[in-house]
Unconditional design. Structure first.
Length: 381
């Protein structure tokens, strides 16, 4: 990408407002090109105009939110690979909270999970370099890499006075979207780790297998969304659609009309009215919050656990001509009630704190199903 094509890209996204806004934007861009020209002609060392222009784009996007970013061609390919469920890295889903790089969740079975990294941990440094001011995508690029290579991260856990250094050996991260098993008392258990291209299809298959043979009808279903960082919104909608008869599942609202849409239930709830409990925690984010909030609002499930992460925004991926891309926050999503969970999270009906050793949340969910033929959700405040 040449210098002027980058500037044309800036112009393309800039001139979308009113005449007065365009005038202000033009003035700002005039200053930008003048500064760029002064740097090129007067800076003490030779500079790469393309790198300067890309740095300007990256700086501009950083001022918006933690999720908007410029994607190099290599990073754009990595993003496409991420939704397929396999990549090389340490297995950490991350965000930026209060300008601090924060762990949303470690991926189950990954090097990060085995090292004891938990949701809410702060990543202070990567390979000795401070993460202050680092975007999510820059951090992801630093953490991913070939299998067998090592990366050192400095972690600050909640409640710990001092940070600790952890050396992680990268591995191929396989994210299996759906895992299921039959628990005692004919209670179905389904763990959704991430919303990928075939998650809803795999969910339906898992339910059919749980009910197959002479097992008979389930007495209840536990849908585990703990440490699920999200993924494809369309798949979250399809998952929710499996349990809702009718009505709004989620609405997406952007500043531009074509970025707003509403998703409604199109199927009939094929589960025969048995109770559903959804497990959530701080590691539950984005698309997983859409499912939890929709089933809570429709009173089809009870939500058990701790408050979720609170990522209620939608990122559009715009591919550019040279293979690079722009990841831009273009909308926020809202529950059927109209409530936004962005920076707030889903509030469980039954609060059960995370536990070490024994899974108290799962045990409590099983108890609720065993002793309640009909589960009623607590009134919302």
């Amino acid at each position: 990408m040449k210098r002027w094509s980058v500037i044309v890209l800036i112009l393309y996204f800039a001139f979308t407002g009113s005449a007065s806004e365009e005038e202000a934007t033009y003035e700002g861009l005039s200053n930008f090109t003048r500064v760029l020209d002064l740097i090129e002609r007067n800076y003490v060392d030779n500079v790469d105009s393309e790198k300067l222009a890309i740095s300007a784009i990256e700086g501009m996007l950083k001022t918006l939110d933690p999720y908007s970013a410029y994607l190099t061609p290599e990073h754009y390919k990595e993003l496409e690979i991420g939704t397929s469920g396999e990549f090389g890295g340490v297995g950490i889903e991350i965000s930026v909270e209060n300008d601090l790089l924060t762990v949303i969740t470690p991926i189950e079975g990954s090097p990060a999970a085995k090292a004891g990294i938990k949701p809410g941990d702060l990543i202070i440094a990567i390979d000795g370099k401070s993460t202050q001011g680092l975007s999510v995508d820059e951090a992801v690029k630093s953490l991913r890499g070939p299998k067998g290579s090592a990366v050192k991260i400095t972690i600050q856990s909640q409640g710990d006075k001092n940070p600790r250094e952890v050396v992680l050996v990268r591995d191929i991260i396989y994210v299996k979207s759906v895992n299921s098993k039959l628990l005692d008392g004919r209670i179905g258990y389904i763990k959704l780790s991430q919303f990928q291209e075939k998650t809803s299809e795999e969910l339906v298959k898992a339910i059919e297998e749980l009910e197959s043979g002479d097992r008979g009808e389930l007495n209840g279903l536990i849908l585990d969304l703990r440490n699920n960082p999200g993924g494809l919104l369309t798949q979250a909608v399809e998952v929710a659609d499996e349990f809702i008869d009718e009505g709004l599942i989620v609405s997406v609202k952007g500043r531009v009309e074509d970025q707003s849409t509403e998703y409604y239930a199109t199927k009939k709830d094929n589960t025969p009215g048995y109770p559903i409990i959804i497990l959530v925690n701080k590691g539950s984010a984005s698309a997983s919050e859409v499912v939890a909030e929709a089933l809570q609002d429709k009173k089809r499930a009870i939500i058990l656990g701790t408050k979720t992460f609170g990522k209620g925004s939608v990122q559009s991926i715009i591919k550019l001509e040279d293979g690079s891309g722009l990841k831009l926050t273009t909308a926020k999503f809202y529950a059927p009630s109209g409530r936004s969970i962005n920076q707030v999270g889903v509030i469980p009906d039954v609060i059960v704190e995370d536990s070490q050793g024994k899974d108290l949340q799962l045990e409590r969910a099983k108890e609720l199903i065993k002793f309640s033929k009909t589960i009623k959700t607590a009134p919302r405040g």
